[in-house]
Each structure stands twice: as structure tokens, then as C-alpha cells.
Ligand binder design. Structure first.
Ligand code: SAH
Ligand code: SF4
Length: 340
């Protein structure tokens, strides 16, 4: 059996190499090569001893993903990766002037089953390992020269249903001796798995957090996000208060605007009422088509909704996010590996 060392933290590397008769300090050299230098060829890891290189060559796996396909449109690139057990995931790179955002997948498919999301329609297939999450980022870092400025867990899957591996990978991204991305450059988006949000607060993780709200009342949210029956809007507001108390960067609520579902004037007013004085950010995302019954509202309807929110909001901030890459099905919620 080979050890998958991509995704290992320093302590795990130390244990592995000490058990196999090498000096402990070698672990930090390997860690450095894997994450700081993003090197995946053992022969290029100059400062390792020859016998350690031979050991790693015979017994370890450094790269967990293989590129299967790449589609580009303007400044957005969608990557289709194959895992070692022949499953597929998608990752998106979006460049906007000097901002370069990478949208990472955390699972193959998703069990949350939101009715408007292509990933949800795949069902749950598997959790990605920390190595598979890191390799999406490392591949893009090695292959696109523009420096990465932001990392968002908004690709395929529900990050908080793969909490351990997501946090482990984020910690390696954040580690100054690892990939060295500041914690405010990393955002985790969740459909609202309340116990895990609570754990995230208790674990004192500093990454940005976004919750996909997508409705201004439980009746509509129950219809489009079945998970709302377990953790309704009141629970989300309660936990977000706790989060905001503990963090400088306040929580973001995402609201996917869907035609004739959640885009009426009364929805806009109810939404302002809900978020009043919450000090959160509200991110409005016009729906991206996934081939089912849902549609994006007309531009007039979108603008009208935004106007009402702008006029009525109190104590929270608003941002409108037009997804990049919808021409190549790389927009929010369009990731699925049925076709690319
Ligand atoms: N599972 C996590 C993260 C992945 S989804 C979550 O749900 O938050 C990332 C974002 O895409 C979420 O805010 C989700 O509501 C949004 N989304 C899903 N389907 C969409 C679609 N068809 N159009 C626009 N946004 C969508
Ligand atoms: Fe899963 Fe997020 Fe899609 Fe819902 S929106 S099905 S939680 S990936």
C-alpha cells in the first residue's frame, strides 16, 4: 500500500518518516516541497537524502488528481479533474483584473439536494480527501501564472458535511509554512449545517463564512432547500449572531434569485426585515440555468428586487454577484460532471 502524503499535516509526515527510520527534521523539508513549492516530482526535491527519495518514490503518492479536461471562456477556466478512483470533480478559476478567485469542490456530488443546484441533482458520491482539495488549488497555482488572491469553497459539495478534510486543507492553505494564504482570503460556503457552524466557531477557525439563505421565509426555503426542515431560518440567524460575536469578518448570506420563486417585492421586504441589524453581508446571485424548471428573473425584475433591498436595508451590507463562466457552465450551482 502506498501512502498518500498530499494532504498530510506536518505531524503526520513526521510520524510516517520516523516510523520508517528517517530523521524527524526531514518532515518539514517534505512539507515545504509539497505546499510551499507545490512540487510533485520527488527527483526535484533537492535537499532530501537519496534513500529518502527512494523511499518516497516506492511508497508514496504525491498527486491525487489528474487533469481530464479544461474549458476556457474569457477569463474563466473550468477544470475537470479525475480522482485516483476514477471519479470527477470540477474546479473554477476566475480572473478579474488583479483578483484571481479559485472555486474549490469539497465533495463528489452533494446530499443536500437543493432543487436549483446541478451538483445536488447528482446525489452524494464521496467526500474529497484533504489532498484532493489541496491538489485542485496546487494544480491551478502551477498552471496559471496570475497569483491567486481568493479561495472559495463554493464548488461541488457541502463543505460542512466534509468538515474534517475541508478544515484540514484550509489549515494547510493558511499555514505560513504551507501555502500561506491569509485566513481572510479563504471563504467557506454552507447550506446551513448548524452543528458544524457551531463547531467551526468553537474550533475558533478564522476563515470567512457564507450561508446560502436563498429565501426570506421557511415556506419557500423548505421547498427549494429540504435541509431547511432540519435547520430553519431562525436557527441560521441565531448561529450567525454567535458567529458575528466571535469574528471581525461578519457572516455573508447568499441569496440566489430565482424567477417567480423568491424574487417578489414582498420577498425583498421580508428579507430586509430578517437581516435587519444583523451586520452581515448579503450576496445576491442571479440564478444560473441548470436545465430544469427554474429560470433567472428578467433583468428588470432583478434590478427591481435589488432596488427594494437597497431602499429598505438597515444594518447590513449588500453585494450583487453576477456569476462568471455561465457560458461554460462554470457559474455557481452549475457544476456537475454529467457533461462538460
Ligand atoms: N454547498 C455549499 C457550497 C456550494 S454551492 C452551499 O450551498 O453554500 C455555492 C453557492 O452556489 C451557494 O450559495 C448556492 O446557493 C449557489 N447556487 C447553487 N445553485 C445555483 C444556481 N443554479 N445558480 C446560482 N447559484 C447557485
Ligand atoms: Fe449541495 Fe450547495 Fe448545491 Fe445545495 S447548493 S445541493 S448544498 S452544493
Amino acid at each position: 500500500m502506498k501512502y498518500t502524503i498530499k494532504g498530510m499535516q506536518i505531524e503526520e509526515l513526521e510520524k510516517l518518516i520516523v516510523t520508517n527510520g528517517f530523521s524527524k527534521f526531514r518532515a518539514s523539508q517534505i512539507y515545504n516541497w509539497l505546499y510551499k513549492n507545490c512540487e510533485d516530482k520527488i527527483e526535484l526535491m533537492e535537499n532530501l537524502s537519496t534513500d529518502l527519495k527512494v523511499f518516497l518514490k516506492d511508497n508514496s503518492i504525491l498527486s491525487t488528481l489528474e487533469l481530464s479536461k479544461k474549458v476556457e471562456f474569457e477569463n474563466t477556466t473550468k477544470f475537470l479533474f479525475k480522482t485516483k478512483n476514477n471519479q470527477f470533480i470540477e474546479t473554477v478559476s476566475m480572473i478579474d483584473d488583479d483578483k484571481h478567485t479559485i472555486c474549490l469542490s469539497s465533495q463528489v456530488g452533494c446530499s443536500v439536494d437543493c432543487d436549483f443546484c446541478a451538483t445536488g441533482k447528482m446525489g452524494f458520491i464521496k467526500n474529497l480527501s484533504a489532498g484532493e482539495i489541496l491538489d485542485q488549488l496546487i494544480y491551478i497555482k502551477r498552471n496559471i501564472s496570475q497569483p491567486i488572491t481568493n479561495i472559495v469553497f463554493m464548488g461541488m459539495g457541502e463543505p460542512f458535511l466534509n468538515y474534517k478534510n475541508v478544515i484540514k486543507s484550509a489549515d494547510i492553505m493558511n499555514d505560513a509554512l504551507g501555502l500561506n494564504f491569509g485566513y481572510n482570503r479563504i471563504t467557506i460556503s454552507t447550506a446551513g449545517i448548524v452543528p458544524k457552524i457551531n463547531q467551526f466557531i468553537e474550533d475558533q477557525k478564522k476563515y470567512n463564512l457564507a450561508i446560502s439563505l436563498n429565501a426570506s421565509n421557511d415556506k419557500i426555503r423548505n421547498e427549494i432547500m429540504p435541509i431547511n426542515k432540519k435547520w430553519p431560518i431562525s436557527e441560521l440567524l441565531k448561529i450567525s449572531k454567535k458567529f458575528n460575536k466571535s469574528k471581525k469578518n461578519k457572516i455573508t448570506f447568499e441569496y440566489v434569485l430565482i424567477d417567480s420563486v423568491n424574487d417578489s417585492e414582498s420577498d425583498a421586504i421580508q428579507l430586509c426585515e430578517l437581516l435587519k441589524n444583523s451586520h452581515c453581508k448579503l450576496n445576491i446571485i442571479p440564478f444560473n440555468y441548470i436545465g430544469n424548471q427554474y429560470k433567472r428573473p428578467s433583468e428588470d425584475k432583478i434590478n427591481n428586487f435589488i432596488d427594494i433591498v437597497h431602499k429598505n436595508h438597515q444594518g447590513f451590507r449588500i453585494l450583487v454577484r453576477w456569476s462568471k463562466g455561465i457560458d461554460i457552465n462554470a457559474g455557481c450551482g452549475q457544476l456537475s460532471t454529467k457533461e462538460i
